[in-house]
Write a protein that binds this ligand. Structure first.
Ligand code: UDX
Ligand code: ADP
Length: 463
């Protein structure tokens, strides 16, 4: 089966970059990315590609190359579904905020809406590809909706989880460690899997394309994220031990990372992991384990989240304790709001929770992030519903210039590891601050010796 038309539902952090690379690497395939959010689609179509809605190094160039040639962004969901032979579902699957599974299970309502819409529109056979991270056996639910509400046409469901990390999405998509494709083990399923393999084979070496059954593919995605998050919680747990014993977490991480069985990656102690995937996927795993009665399994994985929450909270507590047990009306500058560098995504960013704790202590925050807008920062705080939007806006000021944000501050907290923070004129920042001038480096980004030589009181994670 030769695919010439693809539709992707959802123009977010997964759908946008993934489809841009497919379009770039497969000029013979027409790729249409659709979204209900007209503002987002408008931004993807902005004549100046610097204004596309997602900041991701290298993405604007890929969009500039393919857009209008074989890459299109549209709000006409029905038309794109109708025309496509293969439909990717890349809509959001947030953690449920209501009803059974609240705070744990993934909310599949957007997925279900997509399935119902595809079923209503499709007049010929379609391959439906799950790209969003989903609980195990979602494919079964999608298939049931498609088959029972469709027009008698055949649907094949594939699971093709996305492993890209934000900030390195283009590199991850161009040279993936592996592409995973799960499908039904029937003749029709194998044809569908092969059709998707043929697309990736345009640029991915064939030995990196893995074929599995549907459930293995779905569970592998959750497992990969759970393992990665577990490494961070493990190193963060030890960072607290280092702080009380005099060991240095960076030295410990280096020493264990040189063991080839452990490896050096994902051992950076931090103020806590964020992002749209780790917490959601682990909660999901915990929920699935609980629903099968596997309490020990559920408790084991839940501890990764508990430790991560503890790490964020103890960072905020340390700031309060160090500033003589009160931050009331003290100015605390935040450098960084995104959940990691090189992205404008703030979902589950540690900065939000640290800020919330400090605002509860009546601190005055001065926030700077090179890529996150004021609107987004305030929306993140408002979403917690800890205080009114007016109170948030009054207590949390945002700045476009880091030097102004840090002026007259009692303390600076580094929340995101943006490279530019390293090259600031730290002497100038010190001169303009209240004394003693504290730096709480939640990313172990800055040089301790340089800052201490200038006169800062410097606190890192895990040393
Ligand atoms: C993650 C997975 O890496 C990716 O494969 C999956 O598709 C989606 O989820 P992402 O959330 O974009 O990607 O970023 P990632 O680089 O994994 O970082 C997640 C969080 O962990 C960030 O807040 C990051 O700062 C933090 N982190 C990462 C650490 O604190 N220490 C580390 O050593 C690595
Ligand atoms: P992700 O990180 O998984 O890509 P995002 O939230 O960035 O998540 O993107 C998901 C996108 O899916 C959003 O832009 C949202 O508007 C879109 N979306 C959700 N449901 C539908 C739907 N039924 N039809 C079209 N687009 C949808």
């Amino acid at each position: 089966m030769k695919i010439s038309k693809i539709c992707c539902i959802g123009a977010g952090y997964v759908g946008g970059p993934t489809m841009a690379i497919i379009a770039q690497k497969c000029p013979h395939i027409q790729v249409t990315v659709v979204d209900l959010n007209a503002e987002r689609i408008g931004a993807w179509n902005d004549t100046d590609t610097a204004n596309i809605p997602i900041y991701e190094p290298g993405l604007a160039e890929v969009v500039a190359e393919a857009r209008g040639r074989n890459l299109f962004f549209s709000t006409d969901v029905a038309k794109a579904i109708d025309e496509a032979q293969m439909i990717f579902i890349s809509v959001n699957t947030p953690t449920k905020t209501y009803g059974s599974g609240k705070g744990m299970a993934a909310d599949l309502k957007y997925i279900e809406l997509c399935a119902r819409q595809i079923a209503a529109i499709a007049k010929d056979n379609k391959i439906v590809v799950e790209k969003s991270t989903l609980p195990v056996r979602t494919a079964e639910a999608i298939k049931s909706i498609l088959d029972q509400t469709g027009n008698g046409v055949q649907f094949q469901i594939l699971s093709n989880p996305e492993f890209l990390a934000e900030g390195t999405a283009i590199q991850d998509l161009l040279a993936p460690d592996r592409v995973l494709i799960g499908g039904d083990q029937s003749e029709g399923g194998e044809v569908a899997v092969q059709a998707l393999v043929d697309i990736y084979a345009n640029w991915v070496p064939i030995d990196r394309i893995l074929r599995t059954n549907l459930w293995s593919s779905e569970l592998s995605k959750l497992t990969a994220n759970a393992f990665l998050a577990q490494r961070i919680s493990s190193i963060n747990a030890l960072s607290e031990l280092c702080e009380v014993t005099g060991a240095d977490i960076n030295e410990v991480a280096k020493a264990i990372g040189m063991d080839s069985r452990i490896g050096p990656k994902f051992l950076k102690a931090s103020v806590g992991f964020g992002g749209s995937c780790f917490q959601k996927d682990i909660l999901n795993l915990v929920y699935i384990a609980q629903s099968y009665g596997l309490t020990a399994v559920a408790d084991y994985w839940e501890q990764v989240i508990i430790l991560n929450d503890h790490q964020k909270r103890r960072f905020a507590k340390k700031i309060v304790k160090t500033l003589y047990n009160t931050v009331s009306d003290k100015k605390i500058a935040f450098l960084g709001w995104a959940f990691k560098k090189d992205t404008n995504d703030t979902r589950e960013s540690a900065a939000i929770y640290v800020a919330d704790d400090l605002l509860n202590e009546y601190a005055q925050l001065a926030i700077y992030d090179p890529k996150v807008s004021r609107k987004k920062m305030l929306a993140d705080l408002d979403y917690l519903e800890t205080r009114t939007p007016e109170e948030n806006a009054r207590q949390a000021k945002t700045f476009e210039d880091p030097y102004v944000a840090c002026k007259d501050a009692h303390a600076i907290a580094i929340l995101t590891e943006w490279e530019e923070f390293r090259s600031y004129d730290w002497q100038r920042i010190y001169d303009d601050m209240q004394k003693p001038a504290f730096v709480f480096d939640g990313r172990n980004l800055l040089g301790k010796s340089l800052l201490e030589r200038i006169g800062f009181v410097y606190h890192a994670i895990g040393s």
